[in-house]
Design a protein around this ligand. Structure first.
Ligand code: BGC
Length: 827
C-alpha cells in the first residue's frame, strides 16, 4: 500500500498529526485508514527477527551475533545475511527491522557488546552498511541503533556519557556516518543515554549531524521507553516515540503547543517524516499472518555465516583440523550439548532449531566412539526445563492464588521460562495479574535435583504441592530480565528417574514484586525462569572429564558464556569464564594438552589463563541456529577457518583502556581513553594483548608480495586511492585471507593512533592461485576531527598505507602524500 504524503498531510487534523508521533502498542505505528495510512510493524533485531511476541513467539532464524558477523570481514556474505533477515521480517509481517546494533566495544565487559560489530568504526560501519543494504533490498526498512553512546548498559537510561568531541566523531559516530553514506537506511533509533549533558533523544546538536551535516533524513525513533519529555524530543527532531501508547505526546503536545513551546510547523515536519517512512515501509510485501520460513537455502547460508565467523586463535603443531576418522573422541564442556546461539535481552528469540556440537560431531564421525562429559557447569541460572517437561500450561488470572479466581486465559508451554512483557489476553489486567504454571516433570537421573527460580515479579515453586522455593515473600535484586529480576533462589529435592512429579509455580506479574529497580525499561507482565539439574559434585564432574580426555584420541572442550552472562540491562563485572570452567580446562590440559582443542563461545573476550598450555584455541561466538555444525565444519576441516578478530583480545581486563571508566559513577561515564579505543590504545601504549585485532589463522598459508601498486601517489579527496596487493595461496588447501589496509599518519603534529583501519578485502584462493587485489581508501582515511575548528582536517604530509593480515602482521607498505591541508564537513 502506498499513499501521497502531501495529500494525506493536507487532510489531517492537528490531533491526528500528533497521534502519528507515537506507537500504538509495543511494536506498531498508528493506522489512519480513512486517509489510507496503514500501521507499520517493527520487530527486533539484531541477530534474527523475533516478531511481535516475547512470550510464545513464532520461531525464527537465528543468525550469528554481531561480533561473529564482523569476524567474517565479508561484506558480500553479510549482504546475504541482511537479505535473510529482511525475508524473515516479511514472514513475520514486519516492515521494519530494529537492527543492526552499531555501538562500540570500548570495554570487553559491555553487556550488549556481542550485538555490535567491532571496536573499529570503519569495520563496523562497512559491515553494518552491507547488512542494511541486504535487508532493505527486500523492502524492509532497517532501524540502525543505538544512536549514540549506548556502549555499556549500566544505568543506561540515566548515564551521561562524557566523550571528547574528537572521539565522538572518529569512533562513536563514524559507523553511523559510513552507514549514512553507503546505506542511508529508513530509520534510526536513538540511545537511552545522555551524551555530554543531554539525552540523545532530545539532543538537537546530535540529531542535526544526521539530518543537516550528513543530509540523511531517516525516521528517528526513540528506543523503547526512551522518550523522557514532550517538548525536548519533538523540537530536537525525534519523530516517533516507541512503544505506545504514548507517555509524553498526545494530549501533552497539545498543551505544549498552547504554551508555544512547540510550533505547528514542527509537528507538521515530524508527522511528514512518519508518513514518508510509513509510505516507504508499507511497500514491503509482508505476510498478513506472523509465520516462519525455514528453507534449506537459509540453513545453508546460516551454516556458512557461522563457519566463516569462527576464528582460529591458536593452532600449534597443526593439531587442527582433526581427522574425521578418529576412533575415540571425547566431547567435554557445558556448550557441547547446549550451544549458545545468541546473547540475551531483546536479541534473544525462539530459534527454528539448533544444532549442537554433539549432534554435529556424531553426524561427522558416525563410526567414532564418542564420550561426553560436561566437566563443569557454565550457567548462571539452572538450565530451563524443556525436554523433561510434559503437559505444561500456564493459566492467567486477575486474582492471586487463594482468592476466588476466574480463569482469563490458558497458554500451552514448551519450557519453564517466560517473558510476559508484551503478553495480553482479553480481560487481563496487564498492570497486575497472576498466573499458575503447571507441568509434569520426569527426571532422567535419580538423585538430588537442584531447582532455581528467578523472577521479575514474584514466584513460588511447588513439587507435588510441597513448597520448594519461595521467591515471593523474600526477594534479592539480581541482574536477570534486563536487570529487573531477582537473584536465583535455589531449592533441592531427591527424585527418582522415570517418576513423574507435578511442577507448579504460582506467579505474580512485575508489580507484585516489592523490589524497586531503576535504570532499565519497565515491562508490566514481568518474567520468570525455572531451571533444574542434577546436583553433581564439581570435583567429581571434573574428574570424569579428565578421565574421558585421557582415554580419547582427541578432545574437544567446548565451553564459554551464554545469554545469561552477556545480556541487556547490565554489564559483566569481570572478564572471566563462569566459576569452575578455568579449573576444568586447566585439568584437562594437564592430562591431555597434546590432543585437546579448546572452543570458546562468547560474544566478547574472556580471560584465558590456560592459553599458554593449550595447543589449539578456537573462538566461536554465538553462532545462531547452526552453531554446533559451524564449529564442527571448522574443526574437521570441511571449512578452512577464515574469521579474524573484530576486536582486540586483552590478556587481562585491567589492560583495557576503558577499565577505570566502564560503569556509571555519580551519573556519568567518562570516555577518558578518548580516540584510543581497542588496538588504537594497545598499540600506542605498547601494551601486549593476547590476540590482536584482525588476527585469525588458517589451515593454509598465504604469501603477500611486499610490492604494492598505488593508483596515485598524491591524495585527492575526489578520487579514492586504490592500493593493489598481490597475494598467493601458498598452501595445500583452499582458503581465504583478509587483507587489511591501515593508515599511519606518523608525520602529524596532532597525537594520533599508530595506525587505523581504513580498508579491507577478503580474498578466496585455491591452492597455488594468485590474485591482484584492489583496496580502496576514502577521504576519511587522512582526516581527523579538529575540535578547535569543529571540522574534519585533512593534514598535509606523507602518510603510509600498511597492508596487514592482522593489525600486528604487516606484510607490505607504501607511502602517499597529501599536498595541502584542508577542512571539510559532511560525508
Ligand atoms: C532495546 C532495543 C530494542 C527495544 C525493543 C530496547 O530495550 O534497547 O535495542 O530494539 O528494546 O525490544
Amino acid at each position: 500500500m502506498t499513499f501521497d504524503v502531501d495529500d494525506v498531510l493536507a487532510r489531517l487534523t492537528e490531533d491526528e498529526k500528533v497521534a502519528l508521533l507515537s506507537g500504538t502498542d509495543f511494536w506498531h505505528t498508528l493506522a489512519l485508514p480513512e486517509v489510507g495510512v496503514p500501521s507499520i510493524r517493527t520487530t527486533d533485531g539484531p541477530n534474527g527477527v523475533r516478531g511481535t511476541k516475547f512470550f510464545a513467539g513464532v520461531p525464527a532464524a537465528c543468525v550469528p551475533c554481531g561480533t561473529a558477523l564482523a569476524a567474517t570481514w565479508d561484506p558480500e556474505l553479510l549482504h546475504r545475511a541482511g537479505t535473510l533477515l529482511g525475508q524473515e521480517c516479511l514472514a513475520k509481517g514486519a516492515h521494519c527491522w530494529l537492527g543492526p546494533t552499531v555501538n562500540m566495544q570500548r570495554s570487553p565487559l559491555g553487556g550488549r557488546g556481542f550485538e555490535s560489530f567491532s571496536e573499529d568504526p570503519h569495520l563496523a560501519g562497512v559491515l553494518a552498511a552491507a547488512v542494511i543494504r541486504g535487508c532493505e533490498h527486500t523492502g524492509v526498512q532497517s532501524a540502525v541503533k543505538h544512536f549514540v553512546g549506548n556502549d555499556q548498559e549500566h544505568e543506561r537510561r540515566a548515564v551521561d556519557v562524557l566523550v571528547p568531541p574528537r572521539a565522538l566523531r572518529e569512533i562513536y559516530l563514524r559507523p553511523f556516518q559510513i552507514i549514512a553514506r553507503d546505506a542511508h537506511p529508513g530509520a534510526l533509533m536513538t540511545s537511552y543515554n545522555k551524551v555530554n549533558g543531554t539525552h540523545v533523544v532530545e539532543n538537537p546538536a546530535l540529531l542535526d549531524i544526521v539530518r543537516q551535516e550528513w543530509q540523511w533524513n531517516p525516521l528517528i525513533m526513540s528506543d523503547w521507553l526512551g522518550t523522557y519529555t514532550t517538548v525536548g524530543s519533538i523540537n530536537a527532531g525525534m519523530d516517533l516515540e516507541m512503544p505506545g501508547p504514548t507517555r509524553y505526546r498526545g494530549k501533552y503536545v497539545d498543551s505544549a503547543m498552547q504554551a508555544r513551546l512547540i510550533k505547528s510547523s514542527t509537528i507538521e515536519a515530524r508527522a511528514r517524516k512518519v508518513l514518508e517512512f510509513v509510505a516507504r515501509a508499507s511497500r514491503a510485501p509482508v505476510s498478513p499472518v506472523e509465520t516462519g520460513r525455514d528453507f534449506p537455502d537459509d540453513r545453508a547460508l546460516n551454516r556458512t555465516l557461522g563457519a566463516s565467523s569462527v576464528v582460529l586463535l591458536k593452532n600449534e603443531d597443526h593439531l587442527l583440523p582433526l581427522s574425521p576418522s578418529l576412533p575415540r573422541i571425547a566431547l567435554i564442556g557445558s556448550h557441547v550439548k547446549t550451544p549458545a546461539v545468541s546473547g540475551g535481552g531483546s536479541a534473544a528469540l525462539e530459534p527454528y532449531y539448533t544444532v549442537s556440537l554433539y549432534d554435529a560431531v556424531v553426524r561427522a564421525l558416525p563410526e567414532a566412539e564418542i564420550r561426553y562429559e560436561i566437566g563443569a557447569y557454565a550457567h548462571q541460572m539452572l538450565p530451563v526445563v524443556n525436554r523433561l517437561l510434559s503437559n505444561a500450561v500456564m493459566h492467567f488470572y486477575n486474582e492471586p492464588v487463594g482468592r476466588d479466581r476466574s480463569l482469563i486465559a490458558t497458554e500451552p508451554m514448551a519450557k519453564s521460562a517466560f517473558q510476559l512483557m508484551d503478553y495480553n489476553a482479553p480481560g487481563l489486567h496487564r498492570e497486575l495479574f497472576y498466573a499458575t504454571f503447571l507441568g509434569d516433570f520426569t527426571p532422567d537421573v535419580s538423585g538430588v535435583w537442584e531447582f532455581g527460580l528467578t523472577v521479575f515479579g514474584t514466584g513460588t515453586l511447588y513439587l507435588d504441592d510441597e513448597m520448594v522455593i519461595d521467591n515471593t515473600t523474600q526477594q534479592t535484586k539480581g541482574t536477570a530480565f534486563f536487570g529487573k529480576g531477582t537473584i536465583q533462589e535455589v531449592g533441592c529435592r531427591r527424585l527418582t528417574a522415570g517418576q513423574t512429579y507435578k511442577i507448579r509455580v504460582e506467579y505474580g506479574s512485575a508489580n507484585t514484586s516489592p523490589l524497586k529497580t531503576i535504570g532499565v525499561v519497565h515491562f508490566g507482565g514481568g518474567a520468570a525462569h525455572l531451571g533444574a539439574c542434577p546436583q553433581i559434585d564439581a570435583t567429581e564432574m571434573r574428574h570424569q572429564a579428565v578421565q574421558a580426555a585421557s582415554e580419547a584420541d582427541a578432545v574437544i572442550l567446548c565451553t564459554g558464556l551464554n545469554h545469561e552472562w552477556e545480556s541487556e540491562g547490565f554489564d559483566r563485572s569481570h572478564m572471566d569464564l563462569p566459576p569452575g570452567v578455568d579449573t576444568l580446562i586447566t585439568s584437562v590440559l594437564q592430562a591431555a594438552a597434546d590432543k585437546t582443542v579448546i572452543v570458546n563461545q562468547s560474544g566478547t573476550p574472556v580471560t584465558m589463563p590456560w592459553v599458554d598450555q593449550a595447543k589449539s584455541v578456537v573462538q566461536a561466538w554465538y553462532g545462531g541456529n547452526e552453531t554446533g555444525q559451524a564449529i564442527a565444519d571448522v574443526l574437521f576441516g570441511a571449512v578452512t577457518p577464515s574469521g579474524k578478530l573484530p576486536l582486540s583480545w586483552p590478556r587481562d581486563v585491567r589492560h583495557n583502556p576503558a577499565y577505570l571508566n566502564s560503569t556509571s559513577v555519580g551519573g556519568r561515564i567518562l570516555y577518558g581513553e578518548d580516540v584510543y579505543v581497542g588496538y588504537r590504545y594497545y598499540e600506542r601504549k605498547g601494551q601486549e594483548v593476547l590476540f590482536p585485532f584482525g588476527h585469525g589463522l588458517s589451515y593454509t598459508s598465504f604469501s603477500v608480495s611486499p610490492d604494492v601498486d598505488l593508483s596515485h601517489e598524491t591524495f585527492s579527496p575526489d578520487i579514492p586511492l586504490t592500493v593493489t596487493v598481490r597475494i598467493r595461496n601458498s598452501g595445500r588447501t583452499a582458503g581465504a585471507e583478509v587483507l587489511q589496509a591501515y593508515i599511519a599518519a606518523s608525520h602529524s603534529p596532532t597525537p594520533r593512533p599508530v595506525k587505523e583501519l581504513h580498508g579491507f578485502t577478503k580474498v578466496f584462493l585455491q591452492p597455488g592461485e594468485e590474485q591482484r587485489v584492489p583496496l580502496c581508501i576514502d577521504r576519511y582515511a587522512t582526516s581527523f576531527w579538529d575540535e578547535i575548528e569543529g571540522m574534519w582536517k585533512r593534514e598535509e604530509g606523507v602518510y603510509e598505507i600498511l597492508i596487514g593480515t592482522s593489525s600486528q602482521d604487516i606484510v607490505a607498505r607504501r607511502s602517499f602524500r597529501v599536498p595541502r591541508t584542508a577542512y571539510w564537513l559532511g560525508l
